[in-house]
Design a binder for this molecule. Structure first.
Ligand code: HEM
Length: 309
């Protein structure tokens, strides 16, 4: 039987999420405890899915690029690499050293919290929490800028083609490369723009969410900078599971992408931050700023069970 991807990799969007990032501590037995918890995640997720069938619960466990070799010394996903930190004038994409990601999501914020609490208790002093970000669905799946986010995401079976490692890396079949970045929006600055100026930056209309015609999209529009083709003319794709987060003091987007390779996200990020070589960078970045960035690999269910061996 071939390896099964963790369920949350391709599952449809939910209305509530928790993104938990941790570093392993130096406590005695920490590594063994982390391994033990990681192996149990699919079974714990299955318990929640049985007990709360209407909640559409998911919990993906993923391992940071810098931590992988401590959990699995002998084999490493072919493309697992550190987060590609970038800087170009005022555009930044910083790198945050992180060992573990748990992406918990469902239709019930209370269940997400309960699962996270149990997870945290089991991990105990083996880890230190780096960040806990609570994502929520805003209106009809809009980012806090007011634009629908996720429209051009792959759908149906195509989500597997885009997000799950296949025969190209047999040892890691069923896994997925994840990148996360926490963006903080400058809402005051953004809200001062006319709607048409906001739409030009996104390359889509705001209320109706209609894509601009190709000829009308500026080279600096977000959707222009992120719709890329490879040298064979095929679309470069990722599966986004980003969620709005925050409060009245600081808010933005917890960007999350899943992909069968490591490079699609990097190519898009370079296109946004560094531009096209002719000075066209993503003008969305004038209104939002990445404050974290990390790269992970989410092994298959069987791959999680084999970690440490
Ligand atoms: C499209 C928002 C960061 C990749 C979009 C759309 C919105 C949006 C509103 C249009 C609707 C859709 O197709 O989803 C944002 C915001 C971001 C952000 C608010 C940060 C604060 C990123 C990053 C990447 C990315 C970091 C990848 C490195 C994409 C892609 C599309 C897209 C691939 C679809 C483009 C197309 O084919 O039309 N984003 N995004 N986004 N975004 Fe982002």
């Amino acid at each position: 039987m071939s390896a099964r991807p963790q369920l949350g990799i391709t599952a449809a969007a939910n209305s509530a999420a928790l993104f938990l990032t941790y570093n392993q501590s130096s406590a005695e037995g920490a590594l063994a405890n982390v391994l033990n918890v990681l192996r149990q995640i699919p079974a714990l997720e299955a318990e929640y899915r049985t007990q709360y069938p209407d909640a559409d619960f998911h919990a993906v466990a993923a391992i940071g690029s810098g931590y992988w070799d401590r959990l699995s010394a002998h084999k490493r996903p072919a493309e697992l690499a550190p987060f590609p930190a970038l800087e170009n004038g005022g555009n930044v994409a910083p790198f945050t050293p992180v060992d573990l990601l748990f992406h918990i999501r469902s239709e019930r914020k209370d269940l997400n919290f309960q699962f996270a609490s149990a997870l945290s208790a089991q991990l105990g002093d083996a880890v230190e929490l780096v960040e806990e970000v609570e994502g929520f669905r805003y209106l009809d799946s809009r980012d806090l800028t007011g634009f629908v986010d996720g429209t051009e995401n792959p759908e149906g079976e195509h989500r597997i083609d885009v997000a799950v490692v296949g025969d190209e890396d047999r040892a890691f079949y069923g896994g997925s490369y994840i990148h996360i970045q926490r963006y903080v929006h400058n809402m005051t600055h953004w809200n001062r723009l006319q709607i048409k100026a906001q739409e030009d930056i996104m390359g889509r209309t705001k209320a109706e969410n209609i894509e601009y015609a190709g000829a009308d999209k500026a080279l600096t529009a977000h959707t222009k900078r992120t719709s890329l083709k490879d040298s064979n003319g095929n679309s470069v794709e990722i599966l986004r599971h980003s969620m709005p987060y925050g409060d009245l003091q600081a808010c933005g987007l917890l960007f999350a992408s899943y992909c069968r390779n490591n490079q699609n996200f990097r190519l898009m990020l370079e296109s946004m931050v560094s531009g096209d070589g002719e000075g066209h960078t993503d003008h969305l970045l004038k209104y939002t700023r990445a404050v974290t960035g990390a790269a992970f690999f989410a092994p298959s269910v069987e791959g999680l069970a084999e970690l440490g061996s």
